[in-house]
Design a protein around this ligand. Structure first.
Ligand SMILES: NC(=O)C1=CN([C@@H]2O[C@H](COP(=O)(O)OP(=O)(O)OC[C@H]3O[C@@H](n4cnc5c(N)ncnc54)[C@H](O)[C@@H]3O)[C@@H](O)[C@H]2O)C=CC1
Ligand SMILES: O=C(CO)COP(=O)(O)O
Length: 333
């Protein structure tokens, strides 16, 4: 009898291989992971896989923050945007050695100041190295031990290399970059586009429409990113195009599910109620449109997402508005 290997068996074999994947570096560090939601927990697993000492902290865990910060080498912040300011200030009050590297994995923009998370950490800790970690990293797939890649970016090359070695394994391939702001904005801006992609799929507009949407969205992300200091090539990398492809094509993405739900006629309130975890794209859209208005940056797709999220238009009207814009050259300023 032919011994048939099922797809499920094959998948289990692959997962076993990655599960025993080696850490890239034998150096061990002590990490405080701040935020024990979906992403913080997945990052704790990745660092735990490489046998680092991990202290997980969140508002709801009964853990003393100042105690765990005593002897850490690295802080990894994986809290939602709405908690970043408050948490950075809390840690500032506790006090932090200048040797500690701060890694930020949040994808969002602060409504009050329109700053990125890394800018908030840098303002509070001007003498510490800040590293942005961002890429196509849906936490459910990471938890399922499927292979993934990410980017760590910092103005301080040595700090980026340290963080690269801490997280890298055969399970998680980590690239470094000298462009923290571009890396961070790729992950942040694509959340707005993931909402639009969810609408596109929810309305069953087809493959041509989705391809046009994502390609034009990348141009829009680069326009905003360049304006805010990010480098164009970063947006063609894992943290830009890579994360856009992941989030805009997977129902694992909360932002995609927001758009999909809106296309099905659900209210935003109901969608967010049903959604487990944070869909940062909702807040990011509002902050981005405020920023784009003040600084005169053209963001036609994000603008339609803004109108839709704020109940000013229907999903169908958003599509018509995008299709009926003035004709122009594909590449212009
Ligand atoms: N889940 C994912 O696949 C990925 C998420 N991210 C980003 O990571 C961030 C967190 O996402 P998730 O873990 O998925 O969200 P989540 O909703 O599962 O967890 C959010 C965490 O932030 C904490 N938090 C919220 N407000 C706070 C406050 N005021 N003070 C202190 N802590 C507060 C919560 O207690 C919780 O630990 C978001 O910016 C998200 O865009 C990035 C990559 C992947
Ligand atoms: O950023 C993510 C994957 O890289 C997670 O996307 P969502 O926040 O839309 O779930």
């Amino acid at each position: 009898m032919v011994n048939k290997i099922s797809q499920a068996d094959k998948r289990r074999e692959i997962i076993k291989t990655f599960d025993s994947a080696y850490p890239v570096s034998s150096e061990k560090a002590t990490l405080a992971i701040i935020g024990a939601g979906a992403w913080g927990s997945a990052l704790a697993k990745l660092a735990g896989h490489n046998q680092h000492e991990i202290h997980l902290w969140s508002r709801s865990l009964n853990v003393n923050l100042s105690e765990i910060l005593q002897d850490v080498d690295i802080i990894v912040s994986a809290i939602s945007m709405k908690g970043v300011n408050e948490t950075a200030e809390k840690i500032k009050k506790i006090g932090l050695s200048e040797k500690v590297i701060i890694v930020t994995a949040t994808k969002g923009l602060d409504p009050a100041t329109r700053r990125t998370p890394s800018q908030i950490w840098e303002t509070n800790f001007p003498n510490n190295s800040v590293v942005v970690l961002s890429g196509p990293n849906l936490s459910k797939e990471i938890n399922d031990k499927l292979p993934a890649a990410t980017v760590v970016a910092s103005k301080n090359k040595a700090a980026a290399t340290t963080v690269q070695n801490i997280f890298a394994s055969g399970l998680f391939r980590v690239y470094s970059s000298p462009d923290p702001i571009g890396t961070e904005l790729g992950g942040t801006l694509k959340n707005v586009i993931a909402i639009a992609a969810g609408v596109c799929d929810g309305l069953e507009l087809g493959t041509n429409a989705k391809s046009a949407l994502l390609t034009r969205a990348l141009t829009e992300m680069i326009r905003v990113g360049n304006h805010l200091g990010g480098q164009t090539e970063t947006f063609f990398g894992l943290s830009g195009l890579g994360d856009m492809l992941a989030t805009c094509s997977s129902s694992l993405s909360r932002n995609y599910r927001v758009g999909y739900g809106l296309a099905q006629g659900k209210s935003l309130e109901k969608i967010l109620d049903e959604l487990q975890g944070t869909a940062e794209g909702v807040n990011t859209t509002n902050v981005l449109i405020d920023l784009a208005y003040r600084e005169e940056i053209r963001v036609p797709i994000s603008h339609q997402v803004f109108l839709l999220l704020n109940g000013k238009i229907t999903p169908e009207e958003a599509v018509v508005a995008l299709m009926e814009r003035d004709l122009k050259a594909e590449f212009c300023d």
